[in-house]
Unconditional design. Structure first.
Length: 446
């Protein structure tokens, strides 16, 4: 039997993880990345002043184990850093005023009565709707029927809950619109809870009763998220890593997949869906078209470091669309995690989803003006960093799971082909690592 050799196209966290797990299985590989650095959207700067600035994701969900498991395998267990959840409070900008999300909210599901009743975030009508949901919940849709997150939340709690909480919460993760995002893909546990309990509130209360010991909601690394990428890359044979080596086309032969270096038995595309679609078009136009249906949005992150600021307690705030602001979220990074800023300073991270082609000066002017109006910040920042991410955030639109199932069926007709990354089964770092680990295991077993 011919030995397995794998070409991995894409050197983000998914591609690097696939290489690592293939190496563990004793399978040869070569990894091709068009940029000069590995890591994809993971991009950490460690400044001389002592700030750790994340251009891309600043952390991952602790509850998804793949990233922590990989970190521990790499000897980074003592570098894992949990969020300061004792200080975790998030605000919603409402009529130009910061209003705290009530204690006990699990995303947009209330699990404690009094904080919701006392909160100015919701109207009396919405509060009554929450109570009604416990005793007279809406009927679930037919099995397998998808709907938007906005529709799902509105059926249970009304449109105000969508506009003031669901939409801003998910905009910070997907950079998208809850009226387009798939409930089945984005909120799978809530859809399951609805099917089982009908009432989301009752389901959340029962789940909370069985929750184990508390763990931090988010986890990162003491040296920033790039610490994972850097350590991972050092574990791999350097001659097998090809930075600044993009792949412009694919070719099939009797030996498998032909590249400039040699033929490969297997091909792993760890690319955004549009890039994978472009490569696969000459070989399988149907698969390419399916991949092309996965839409993407762009975003900008702006990091601003300041001397001490008098900020409200908590991790930051979210901005609903109704506020007509450019920013959609602001994180108080120095509060969320330790070791992110020197003592006595503050580090803010702002998210924007429009104006990607604006100049740095225009972006900074807009952000500083909005921070002045919202937080009263008038001092000059000690430093500023802007990161632009064009078409970097996949949108799990309504019908996403069916679309992914069709893609999987089509991929199965291309022997040796595997697709991994955040376009399919989860957008977070642990999701990418899990997809890579599963792909490597399937190749090893095949």
């Amino acid at each position: 039997m011919r030995s397995k050799r794998v070409a991995i196209v894409g050197g983000g966290i998914a591609g690097l993880s696939a290489a690592y797990y293939l190496q563990k299985a004793g399978i040869g590989f070569e990894l091709f990345e068009q940029r000069r650095r590995f890591g994809g959207v993971i991009s950490t700067e460690r400044t001389p002043e002592g700030f750790i600035i994340e251009g891309g994701p600043d952390s991952f969900l602790t509850a998804k184990p793949a990233a922590i498991e990989l970190a521990r395998e790499l000897g980074l267990g003592d570098q894992l850093l949990g969020s300061n959840d004792a200080q975790r409070k998030t605000y919603i900008l409402l009529h130009n005023r910061l209003v705290a999300i009530p204690d006990g909210m699990q995303l947009m599901i209330p699990t404690r009565s009094w904080p919701v009743i006392a909160s100015p975030l919701f109207s009396v009508a919405t509060k009554l709707r929450i109570v009604r949901e416990m005793f007279f919940p809406p009927a679930p849709l037919a099995d397998g029927t998808d709907e938007s997150v906005a529709s799902f939340v509105a059926r249970h709690f009304g449109q105000e809950m969508v506009e003031r909480l669901a939409d801003p919460l998910l905009a910070g993760v997907y950079g998208g619109d809850s009226s387009r995002l798939s409930a089945r893909a984005v909120l799978p546990m809530m859809v399951v809870s609805e099917a089982k309990h009908r009432s989301l509130v009752r389901g959340a209360l029962r789940a909370r009763a069985h929750t184990g010991s508390a763990q931090p909601l988010f986890t990162t690394f003491r040296g920033g998220m790039s610490q994972l990428v850097e350590t991972l890359a050092l574990q791999l044979p350097q001659p097998a890593l090809w930075p600044k080596m993009g792949v412009a086309s694919l070719a099939r032969s009797a030996n498998g997949w032909d590249f400039a270096t040699e033929p490969f038995s297997h091909l792993v595309l760890a690319l955004p869906a549009p890039a994978a679609a472009a490569l696969l078009w000459p070989l399988d136009p149907v698969l390419s078209a399916l991949l092309g249906k996965i839409s993407y949005t762009s975003c900008i992150t702006v990091a601003l470091a300041y001397p001490h600021l008098d900020l409200p307690p908590g991790f930051g705030f979210l901005v609903p669309r109704s506020e007509n602001r450019r920013m959609i979220a602001c994180t108080f990074v120095h509060r969320k995690f330790d070791h992110r800023a020197p003592q006595g300073t503050a580090l803010l991270r702002i998210f924007i989803t429009s104006g990607l082609d604006d100049s740095d000066e225009a972006i900074l002017a807009t952000v500083r003006a909005e921070l002045r109006e919202i937080l009263g910040i008038t001092v000059e920042p000690l430093l500023a960093r802007i990161s632009r991410w064009r078409q970097a955030m996949p949108q799990y639109d309504v019908g996403h799971l069916d679309r992914v199932a069709q893609i999987s069926q089509r991929v199965a007709q291309q022997p040796g082909l595997t697709l991994i990354g955040n376009a399919y089964g989860g957008v977070g770092v642990p999701d990418c690592i899990r997809s890579a680990k599963e792909a490597a295991a399937a190749i090893a077993a095949g």
